[in-house]
Design a protein around this ligand. Structure first.
Ligand code: SF4
Length: 282
């Protein structure tokens, strides 16, 4: 079985608990959501996104950022499937290692490089390949892996057993449940039992990361966090300003920081937006 991915790149982690850590990102293809609603009423497609779809882009570098809808649209929308790469596991491993300065997961001063599995939704069917990926002979010095997940996907039993019993890798679930501004329904998006199944694993950590734009979103974060707490999950909560582009992000960031201070959550920047302007490959 091959892995379909849209991007592999080396950058600094821009969000959440490991902000600033040198990290290799593998953006797998496919998502169970569309999140067309960001910035749009009733989850409609924006004119901006319709224009992107209508344009025949031939590589990722040409793709524009969008202000509405999912900012990773090309990592799941079938209309961009032709831009993705299908690779055997050995090829994926070689590609990931090529990206690091040393060709290994450790830098010369001992600092390890994190592997971030993102998407799309990285916990879809690709779970079947992850044990082979992490146990590949060239991956033996990998110490830290983060799944950037929308927290809706059950773990396959064999993958769950692996996560629960292995000792070498620190796994982190960076859980970004979608609020109603995304256009997805509450029942589809907020799944405390799924989060709980990640939280209960040994050798792993979990934190929540919500994108918020206004007070409505913040009230929903409160409600969602309460549902997760009721399921026994006592994990840190980060909030982050909406804004795929720099101007919008900077406009919102201060207000979100104030909200974090008022509500007792952590503020997460979007460091990659500050540094790189949130282009593809960052
Ligand atoms: S869950 Fe994430 S990747 Fe999937 S459509 Fe929503 S924002 Fe995009």
């Amino acid at each position: 079985m091959k892995i379909r991915y849209t991007e592999a790149f080396y950058s600094v982690q821009g969000e959440g608990k490991f902000v600033g850590v040198p990290s290799v990102f593998l953006r797998t293809f496919g998502c169970n959501f569309k999140c067309a609603g960001f910035g749009m009423p009733n989850g409609e497609l924006s004119e901006e996104y319709k224009n992107v779809i209508a344009t025949n882009y031939t590589n990722f570098e040409e793709l524009p950022l969008v202000r509405t809808g999912c900012d990773s649209y090309a990592s799941w929308d079938p209309r961009f499937k032709h831009l993705a790469t299908d690779s055997e596991l050995d090829e994926v491993v070689d590609r990931l290692l090529e990206l690091t300065p040393t060709g290994r997961w450790t830098l010369d001063n001992g600092q390890d490089i994190h592997l971030i599995l993102t998407g799309g939704e990285p916990l879809l069917g690709w779970q079947k390949l992850y044990v082979d990926l992490f146990e590949h002979p060239k991956m033996k010095d990998l110490k830290n892996v983060t799944f950037e997940t929308n927290t809706t996907q059950k773990l396959r039993p064999e993958f769950r057993d692996y996560l629960a019993t292995q000792k070498r890798i620190q796994f982190t679930f960076s859980c970004s449940p979608k609020l109603s501004v995304s256009g997805e329904s509450w029942d589809d998006a907020i799944k405390p039992q799924i989060a709980s199944s990640y939280y209960e694993l040994g050798n792993s950590e979990l934190y929540f990361k919500f994108v918020v734009a206004d007070e409505v979103d913040v009230d929903e974060v409160d409600k969602a966090v309460q549902e997760y707490r009721n399921a026994g999950i006592d994990a840190p909560v980060y909030i982050m300003a909406v804004g795929g582009c720099q101007e919008e992000y900077q406009r919102n960031a201060r207000g979100v920081a104030v909200l974090a201070m008022e509500r007792g959550w952590y503020y997460s920047p979007r460091l990659h937006v500050d540094i790189f302007g949130n282009g593809w490959g960052t």
